[in-house]
Design a protein around this ligand. Structure first.
Ligand SMILES: Cc1ncc(COP(=O)(O)O)c(C=O)c1O
Length: 443
């Protein structure tokens, strides 16, 4: 355990020490998100002090009533007693087609537009599927830093993967790095999130083009995780059918799967519904290995009738109606979902300043030559601390976050902060605690 010499930390030192011991965690800094949540809950309960909770990426907003009302109506009509179609209710599929056209400017057939139990299931299904296409070309390449649970999914499935931290490979440098991995012939899929969890870097079109070109060259499927759809607030991606559009690799390759989550962009995490969108070319692609295993070689068919059928036989019926109603309103321009979530960017701007004014540094700070956007997450470090140590030390100051180490980042000095649970009325507390931290730790 870290030796915090100062006595008057904002949170009772003895309680923090005892709770850390009781948690049984060997290293607080590398604890998982849910372990930090548990530890901080216990400290809050015992001390009565409210933490600045920045460890977990949960939406901090109310869900749109358009969605919840549509669900209530569907439930009243009796959908709860009926199995939904595995590939989604027809009207939802049609709205997904329109959404993809309106907000990404990409055309896709309704067959490849499938609701899943969150993007979490979309990713799991994708890993299951893409690991079966070839005996030798079956690994995922994660462009890190990334969402730790996706690697956990691979571990649960006993699947192999490779990763690298993109920090030093932005812009044209990405090409050589990707080639290094893809040329082994073992990589079946490339996965990244954009905007990125945890670093909030956003790939530029130069980088997306490189990824697309490499996918074409090595026949690799790109899984683009759009969990934070339209949340790069430097540009307004909110107008249906009008540029600018959410940037996507789908502009540069036909080998893609998009995971579009409704959790953050539509504040709909609780209903566990997301969209798995498969390009027309991939949907129709035939793989001999699938033919041998399942009797049908088609990628899209097997994704629905073998993989998703086996996992959950579709997605909750009422949630599909909720998502349908929200997408319809977004497509028709009667509901601007980005207006609702812009608040995260505003919070991030204030919070980042509070940190940097008190000796902290932003770790991932640029998209090529442009300063990073203010959004759902940011990454920080403090001189003289590793990320692990910083996570532990900040707990004494009533601030919780997660270490970048668990995200595949090589920036071991860094931690990830999520802005979603910090409301404006906590900014003064945050400022006070950061000032104390700086006072106690600046040389
Ligand atoms: C990058 C990334 N992908 C996927 C997910 C999971 O999304 P969902 O809630 O739709 O399952 C998250 C959630 O935090 C995420 O950050």
């Amino acid at each position: 355990m870290l030796d915090i010499k100062v006595k008057n930390t904002p949170i009772n030192k003895a309680v923090v020490e005892r709770k850390m011991k009781e948690s049984g965690l060997k290293n607080i800094g590398t604890a998982s998100i849910r372990e930090i949540v548990k530890l901080v809950n216990e400290i809050e309960t015992e001390t009565g002090d409210k933490f600045i909770r920045m460890e977990m990426g949960v939406p901090g907003l109310m869900p749109p009533e358009i969605g919840t009302n549509a669900e209530i109506e569907a439930l009243k009509k009796g959908v709860a007693s009926k199995y939904p179609m595995i590939d989604g209710v027809p009207q939802l599929k049609d709205e997904i087609v329109k959404f993809v056209k309106n907000f990404l400017n990409i055309e896709v057939d309704r067959n490849g537009c499938i609701p899943t139990v969150g993007s979490m299931q979309g990713g799991f299904a994708t890993f299951l599927m893409t690991s079966k296409l070839s005996k030798t070309k079956n690994k995922t390449l994660f462009i890190d830093p990334g969402f730790p649970v996706q690697k956990q999914q691979c571990d649960v499935l006993d699947l192999k993967y490779e990763t690298f931290d993109v920090y030093n490979y932005r812009g044209e440098a990405l090409r050589g790095k990707l080639e290094e991995y893809l040329s082994t012939g073992e990589i079946a899929t490339i996965l990244y999130s954009n905007p990125n969890n945890p670093s909030w870097i956003c790939f530029t079109d130069t980088e997306l083009k490189i990824i697309g070109e490499m996918a074409n060259k090595y026949d690799v499927i790109v899984v683009e995780d759009l969990a934070y759809f339209a949340m790069d607030f430097r540009k307004d991606y909110s107008k249906p059918g009008e540029p600018p559009y959410q940037p996507t690799v789908a502009n540069y390759t036909d080998n893609w799967i998009l995971l579009i989550s409704s959790s953050k962009s539509f504040s709909y995490a609780g209903q566990r519904i997301g969209m798995l969108v498969i390009s027309d070319k991939l949907y129709k692609k035939e793989y001999p290995a699938l033919g041998e295993k399942f009797g049908n070689p088609l990628f899209g068919y097997n994704m629905i009738y073998k993989i998703l059928y086996s996992l959950s036989s579709g997605t909750a019926h009422s949630a599909q109606y909720g998502l349908y109603a929200m997408l319809k309103a977004e497509n028709e321009g009667t509901y601007n979902f980005v207006d609702d979530i812009k608040i995260y960017g505003k919070r991030a701007a204030v919070m980042k300043k509070l940190f940097t004014d008190n000796g902290f540094k932003i770790v991932y700070d640029k998209d090529e030559d442009k300063p990073l956007a203010d959004g759902f997450y940011f990454t920080i470090s403090y001189p003289g601390f590793t990320g692990d140590e910083l996570i532990e030390a900040l707990i004494y100051y009533g601030i919780s976050a997660i270490s970048l180490k668990i995200t595949g980042s090589k920036r071991l000095e860094g931690i990830r902060a999520c802005v979603s649970q910090t409301s404006e009325d906590q900014f003064a507390d945050l400022e006070y605690r950061l000032k104390k931290f700086h006072e106690h730790h600046s040389a």
